[in-house]
Design a protein around this ligand. Sequence first.
Ligand SMILES: NC(=O)c1ccc[n+]([C@@H]2O[C@H](COP(=O)([O-])OP(=O)(O)OC[C@H]3O[C@@H](n4cnc5c(N)ncnc54)[C@H](OP(=O)(O)O)[C@@H]3O)[C@@H](O)[C@H]2O)c1
Length: 273
Amino acid sequence: MEQDLKGHRAVITGASSGLGEEYSRQLAARGVDLVIAARRVDRLQKLAAELIAKYAVKIEVLQLDLVGPGAAVQLFQAATAQSRKVTMLINNAGIGPFARFLDEKPEKHLNTMQLNTVALTELCHHFATHMVGHGSRSYITNVGSIASFQGVPNFAVYSATKFYVRVLSEILARELKRTKVSVTCLCPGGTHTEFSDANGQVLKEAATSMMMSASVVVALGIRGMLAGRTIVVPGFLNKLACFFPRLVPNGLALTLAQVAMDRSATPVQRQLK
Ligand SMILES: NC(=O)c1ccc[n+]([C@@H]2O[C@H](COP(=O)([O-])OP(=O)(O)OC[C@H]3O[C@@H](n4cnc5c(N)ncnc54)[C@H](OP(=O)(O)O)[C@@H]3O)[C@@H](O)[C@H]2O)c1
């Protein structure tokens, strides 16, 4: 039987689809009150209405573009207004435009860095300070990727941001070891969400047949988070993909990553400028 999490309150970014929506569903099912944020507010409202009716939890919806200036502070202030406690932060929102580095506009690279690393860092700082301050058992999950362990061609900036997310999470987890706040980095591989459509990636059969479901990935992520694990890599093949690069020279690992990616996906056709 799954642990009842009543009394917890979670902030979830990128809750309008994919892993963030699934975190919202699974935490609400266990009695957690939520603050859910993303840009597509219609989706958030629909999800909130469904989960409130089903599980009688409290859910606040915040329409937010986390690439915008001041957005992370806005989320923190909204979530903690009237001295309300937050005991879980799921830093999930992320993008990863799939293209050769030079084929993507510089603004897109900067947006990727802003969302995946800058906003995530600000949220970690504000919420970890808040959690250490109130002293209740609390959890932070940062969503990384198997690209946190091995960079992937066509995902240069994305891979670099996910390395950052993993390293930040590992060190923050260590620094908070003597507090009641644990930090987990969930590192999924290919997962059935809207990620490939949203990021210009046309998947081939070889990739889709090996992808995991968002519900399984999130269930493992929540289990690892509650156990206080720092790194959670869901699925045997993903574990292999994270471990293998440590055994071979970097150049060879990169070549193999390129071969695997070429077999799995192509960038959507775009006009080269
Ligand atoms: N799916 C995979 O294969 C996979 C593998 C490894 C890691 N991941 C990671 O998993 C996380 C979730 O991705 P997903 O797979 O669930 O993809 P997804 O279905 O595309 O979801 C991405 C979420 O991020 C939100 N988002 C995007 N830009 C935003 C912005 N500027 N401000 C606020 N929210 C924003 C989106 O909401 P709005 O568009 O409504 O704002 C959406 O809710 C990401 O960090 C991704 O890197 C995914």
